[in-house]
Design a protein around this ligand. Structure first.
Ligand code: GLY
Ligand code: MN
Ligand code: MN
Length: 467
């Protein structure tokens, strides 16, 4: 099993307790319950989806196995791991495994108790139980029974202090985490190079998706999210891969690896199916590339990421005005949120063990502060990260420009943005698709560093690889 040293896990747990006490010193007598994930059946109990451990569990306790839960006693600082060791029946079916005692020792835990003792322990301790928002139904049901509450109200009982303490800690990536994130990105890089090299006219999208999977699994990695590979890049999270690709289409590949230590990459590249950008594609592509590079260069400690989203919008508006697709003042267009029509998603998000890091804990805690109100307009409302950047954050920068024919037709019919949009000229873009370019960036006191080995993104570099 891929584990950091035991001091990594004991230090993380000690840091969590310190952070929690900073939130509120009344937690001295509480118990922190972090539930691991169980196996999820696909169509009957023993035919299962890939097991994915809960990220909080793996962060604090390392062990990447199902059916484990852990309690940290805030008074003593001690951890109890609840879980069952392999039985002979398990060994017969799945082979001999390292014992739970041995694994627990490697993550600095000595107190291991049978899974079934969790109920009795929680009941008899009669102490406040702090937990994070459960997102799997079996854990919601378990929590209901542990707390003697209806599963329906369990999600409302989560501990905000615990959430804030975890977010404060997991947001700042350590050097050993950066090494793992870079490993995930380097595997992701091979997926992207493979996609560029295996894309050609008259192939189906799923044939390229197959090649991406081959590259991923040959690195002993898993997907950090379902592959988005499509000639319909204007559909933001397009998970369909059944189109025949034609010369003249653009292909958008948003795919990433989760490496064996459980860290994620999240990269997007867009390229022409026939290997050569036409002039219309090149103009829009170069504009998105400028949005991406300028935003990365402008990221620094203290800069609100919301400002970076607005910078991307400003470059988009300015560039599309130069191309004759928009008209009027860029400032007025910013105020009227014309950019949301062409980039209806946020500029980026935190990344780490989760591709949208810690999203289970709630976006308002991960990406916002109490002083930053979430916008309600298209684009900005989907911004997952708005707060000032800090040294140690790892974030994605992923601007895009999309021509969504249904949205264009709707806004045109409603006469929206008539002062700014040259709808007649947009007609020629309605089968364009979309361009997104995404990299993963480490914020340090020296600025912003794109992580991983370089993944080609200049027009000439992509054309060279595809030639
Ligand atoms: N891969 C999904 C995203 O970029 O957020
Ligand atoms: Mn992303
Ligand atoms: Mn992505």
């Amino acid at each position: 099993m891929n584990l950091f040293s035991n001091t990594t896990y004991t230090d993380r747990r000690a840091g969590l307790l310190r952070n929690l006490n900073t939130q509120n010193d009344s937690h001295g007598s509480s118990l922190i319950l972090i539930m691991g994930n169980t196996e999820s059946p696909m169509n009957y109990r023993d035919n299962i989806y890939r097991f994915r451990q809960d990220s909080n569990f793996r962060y604090y306790f390392g062990i990447n196995l199902p059916n484990l839960h852990a309690v940290i006693d805030c008074a003593s600082g001690e951890t109890i791991l609840f879980g069952n060791d392999y039985s002979m029946e398990d060994i017969i079916w799945v082979g001999e495994q390292e014992s739970l005692t041995s694994l627990a020792e490697k993550v600095g835990i000595r107190d291991i108790r049978p899974l079934n003792d969790l109920h009795k322990y929680i009941k008899e301790s009669d102490r406040k139980v702090l937990f994070t928002p459960p997102y799997r139904h079996d854990n919601i049901i378990l929590l209901g029974s542990l707390l003697g509450e209806s599963p329906l109200i369990v999600p409302s009982l989560v501990s905000e202090d615990l959430i804030k303490a975890i977010v404060a800690q997991r947001s700042i990536k350590t050097e050993e985490e950066i090494v793992q994130i870079e490993d995930a990105i380097n595997i992701t890089r091979s997926m992207h190079l493979t996609a560029m090299q295996s894309t050609a006219p008259d192939l189906y999208e799923y044939e390229v998706v197959g090649a991406i999977h081959q590259s991923l699994h040959a690195s002993h990695a898993e997907l950090s999210y379902p592959i988005i590979f499509s000639i319909n890049g204007q559909t933001l999270h397009n998970h369909h891969h059944d189109n025949l690709m034609n010369s003249g289409n653009l292909a958008l590949n948003d795919s990433g690896a989760e490496n064996p230590f459980g860290y994620s990459g999240d990269i997007t590249r867009t390229f022409p199916v026939n290997g050569k950008f036409n002039s219309q594609q090149k103009e829009i592509y170069e504009l998105v590339l400028k949005m991406e590079k300028d935003c990365i260069a402008s990221c620094s400690v203290g800069t609100p990421y919301r400002d970076m989203h607005i910078l991307a919008n400003r470059i988009l508006l300015d560039g599309m005005k130069s191309l004759g697709l928009l008209k009027g003042s860029v400032e007025d267009m910013l105020m009227a949120n014309v950019a949301g029509m062409f980039m209806p998603h946020g500029l980026g998000h935190m990344i780490g063990m989760d591709v949208h890091d810690m999203e289970d804990l709630g976006e308002q805690y991960v990406g916002y502060t109490e002083d930053i109100e979430r916008s309600k307009v298209m684009g900005l409302k989907s911004l997952r990260l708005a707060k000032p950047l800090e040294a140690g954050f790892v974030i994605t920068v992923e601007p895009g420009i999309y021509f969504i024919p249904q949205l264009i037709d709707k806004l045109k019919a409603e006469k929206q943005h008539n002062d700014f949009v040259n709808y007649d000229k947009l007609e020629a873009y309605k089968s364009f698709g979309g361009v997104r370019i995404e990299d993963d960036v480490h914020i340090t006191n020296k600025g912003a560093k794109v992580l991983g080995e370089y993944i080609p993104k200049e027009v000439n570099e992509i054309e060279e690889i595809m030639s």
